[in-house]
Write a protein that binds this ligand. Structure first.
Ligand code: CAA
Length: 389
């Protein structure tokens, strides 16, 4: 029998600042229930001037490296939509900040919000090939839309780090995946833009059609029946989308849905995303963190994962919760990273949103704002500078 492979550890980090949707609503004039109930969001993580996808990624992965050491990590795969360089992989900075072994391969993956799932799947292949090796998978993103646009209220930021390897302590990932790709333009970000372009209504239907496509492919290959899954972790651009996706999946499969049971189960997966906002590649694994941290004992329960990245690529797969997993959770630390964020007012948020980095190749230091362990210290000669306190 093949050695089981999957998620051995999971840890997430988010930003220094948080903007409550009450504060946003007070200035946009929207009814706050549109945010709280309509899209299911309560606050959004806002990065300080000296935070970026690298500092969040390092902060997410540091506790994993501290617990398990670096000896077996021979690959780092970082998925992001918020790339900081056209050439250099953000993971190389993370590798340096965490003092990983030089004998490591590091690469960055891109496909909108999907590349966290791609990173996990590629890591699975590497761990199956050589069960003595571990792969550090990181999904790190800052979601940014135009100010005063419909997408604004769904912004957010977070990084999830996962250690993938043989005999995992958390989730055995099953090898069968349902896949779907189609060439659509409902959310994209040309290289010259720092905010995403989006066609809101088209993005709903592209997400739902892609989910349907993955389910069809999954069942055609003899995957599990829907009722076998104890919980469903969806990509959550805003948490209400998980409910829309779940209804669509059940109707596609021709199953009746108990709304009460569905709500109770899905709410276990939305606790972090509803206060963090859209973290793109990280969002489906933030849903998993929320589920593991808030559900009762899930031992041996199969969990469904539905990743989606606009443009679009989607993947549906299952995993089983490993006996003893409760001893390896980081629930307290996850609560801390959410609660330590400092609320900011609307003007501070707008000022942070409007910041851009100078492009003149000079020496520019970023103001010290974060109290976190890692910071983006500035630019010098077009090179990014990072500090580890
Ligand atoms: N009280 C309660 N509910 C209210 C309300 C109120 N006062 N006012 C409005 N609502 C409800 C609406 O009825 C609606 O709910 P339903 O969809 O269930 O009917 C919900 O709040 C949102 O209202 P609108 O549709 O009017 O909102 P909008 O058009 O201003 O913006 C959006 C919604 C299009 C999703 C926008 O947030 C957006 O563009 N988001 C970015 C794109 C996105 O996230 N797409 C999701 C799929 S793509 C993807 O998943 C990739 C990714 O990460 C981006």
């Amino acid at each position: 029998m093949n050695t089981p492979v999957g998620i051995h550890d999971l840890s997430f980090a988010t930003t220094e600042f948080v903007l409550p949707h009450t504060e946003l609503a007070a200035h946009t004039g929207a009814d706050v229930d549109k945010y709280h109930i309509g899209i299911g969001q309560r606050s959004m993580s806002i990065p300080a001037a000296d935070e970026d996808i690298v500092t969040m990624a390092a902060a997410a992965a540091a506790p994993i490296v501290e617990r398990w050491g670096t000896d077996r990590i021979r690959t780092v795969v970082l998925g992001t939509e918020t790339s900081i360089d056209q050439s250099k992989a953000a993971g190389v900075y993370v590798h340096s900040l965490l003092n990983l072994q030089p004998s490591t391969r590091v690469v960055e993956l891109k496909q909108a919000c999907y590349s966290g799932t791609a990173a996990l799947q590629f890591a699975m292949g590497l761990a199956h090939r050589d069960p003595s090796q571990q792969v550090l998978v990181i999904a790190s993103d800052i979601s940014r839309y135009e100010l005063d646009s419909p997408g604004e209220a769904t912004q957010g930021a977070a990084a999830v780090a996962m250690l993938v390897g043989a005999n995992p302590t958390l989730i055995r990932v099953e090898p069968l995946s349902g896949l779907h790709t189609s060439d659509v333009m409902e959310f994209w970000r040309p290289n010259y833009r720092s905010t995403a372009l989006v066609a809101g209504q088209e993005s709903f239907s592209a997400y739902l059609q892609a989910l349907e496509g993955t389910w069809k492919d999954y069942t055609e290959q003899g995957g599990r029946a829907l009722h076998e899954f104890g919980a469903f972790c969806y990509h959550q651009p805003f948490t209400k989308m998980a409910f829309k996706a779940h209804r669509h999946l059940f109707s596609t499969a021709g199953h009746d849905l108990d709304e009460g049971r569905m709500s109770a189960m899905l709410r276990l997966t939305t606790a972090y995303n509803e206060v963090v906002g859209n973290s793109y590649t990280a969002s489906v694994y933030l849903a998993l963190a929320s589920l593991l941290d808030h559900a009762g004992d899930l031992t041996d329960r199969p969990i469904a994962f539905a990743g989606y990245g606009s443009g679009c690529v989607a993947e549906f797969f299952g995993g089983t919760v490993v006996p003893g997993y409760l001893d390896h959770l980081r629930t307290e630390n996850h609560r801390y990273v959410i609660e330590r964020r400092r609320p900011i007012d609307y003007d501070t948020y707008r000022a942070l949103h409007s910041r851009s980095l100078p492009e003149d190749g000079g020496h520019h230091l970023t103001p010290r704002q974060t109290t976190g362990e890692f910071r983006f210290a500035g630019l010098s000669g077009h090179k990014r500078l990072y500090e580890h306190s």
